[in-house]
Ligand binder design. Sequence first.
Ligand SMILES: [Zn+2]
Length: 426
Amino acid sequence: MERETIREFVRHYRKAAKAFDGFSGTKIRVSFKRGKGTIESEFPQEEILIRIAVLMRRFLDPKSDQYFKRFWVKFRSAFNDVLSATELSQINTLMQNARRNGPSIVVGKETYTAERIYQLISAGELYVNDELAAAELQRLMQEPVLRHLFWHQFLSYTIAVFEALSILQNIIKREHLHRQSRRSGDVDRCIYCLSGDGGFESEDHILSESAGNEKLVLPPGVVCDQCNNTILSKLDQYFCESPPIAALRVLYVPYTKQGRLPRVNLQNVEFEKRRPGVFRIHAKDRTGEPRNHGRDDNGMMKLTSDFRGRFDGVRFARALYKIGLGLVAHDQGAQRALESRFNAARAFIRGEGTCPNRIMMATTCVPEPRVHCVHQSFDVGTVVILVYCGLPFILNLETEPVVRLSEIPAEFADRFQFKDLLEIAA
Ligand SMILES: [Zn+2]
């Protein structure tokens, strides 16, 4: 089992754990008196419920690479020697019980276990991607008592799995299984400030976690804590909050670095994700009001909304250069990123110089739930292409050669109109 897989688990576990802050469990009580039944239930606020559901999805979706059953099988075979007999039996019991937690619910000829109910609500209500599940659920939930019981079982399942994962997390921490083993002779040096004494405790996300990146990460030793916690985190934040990135993030990023559903506050509009696939647009003035274009041939309602926000092109450009240089270190190693060919980029990122080259940005985009980030090195020049949820940016991390509109690769030039980012922002 790779260390990176464990680190991904730890990163996501910590986020999920935050969703359980302020969560005091659920209670459900059903009583019947003289032929009259009452049902009382206590649930967390919807906001907390949705956060828990969204953040635990990674561990509970059988299609996810971190599905808890697969993770546990791999973990157990890799680290059998560090597991105590008690831990082994605790985790096994929790995971087995999760399925059958509480009473199974029998409706007609069908038996609904906690696990089945979890998958049904996820597919039919929360992620609405399965019409059959949605129809089945709608039919079942017409019965108010069942509605309460189903949601209760949904949460019980989620909580039982979370408890099992908490034991795993404690073992990982105790045994330092998530620590990167450093090669001897490695010298810590920051690719952004070239200094060796800013502290090197933390890893660095090349593209912010809040922008939806969980996999592109630089290990400790490459970026100093001083840069990471000051200049770089501010640039990351600006990248996420600036239009149009902010709007694309709300559409496609499931949760932020803090494990919250994404929202953006622009000059004339507030835009937030209320739950997967459900958004709220709040217009602050008439320019932000969504316009209704009626229904199209498929019966889909079409709305458009204009948003306005100040766009600081230079800061945005610095954030893009930060991502680019991180990508070089990630793909080709820190030594490559430390080369003097990137000195102009480093100065610009730190706010000490002018933009080393031009940045081309598409003026329109076809939004899609995907972030794509590549770079290509030449004898002279290091080109970075970032396509953020369908919106492409092309830049050169070095001063030469200057990026020209006429030289944009055909795969992009054929599909998009490009302009110089700093000219758009001016
Ligand atoms: Zn530094």
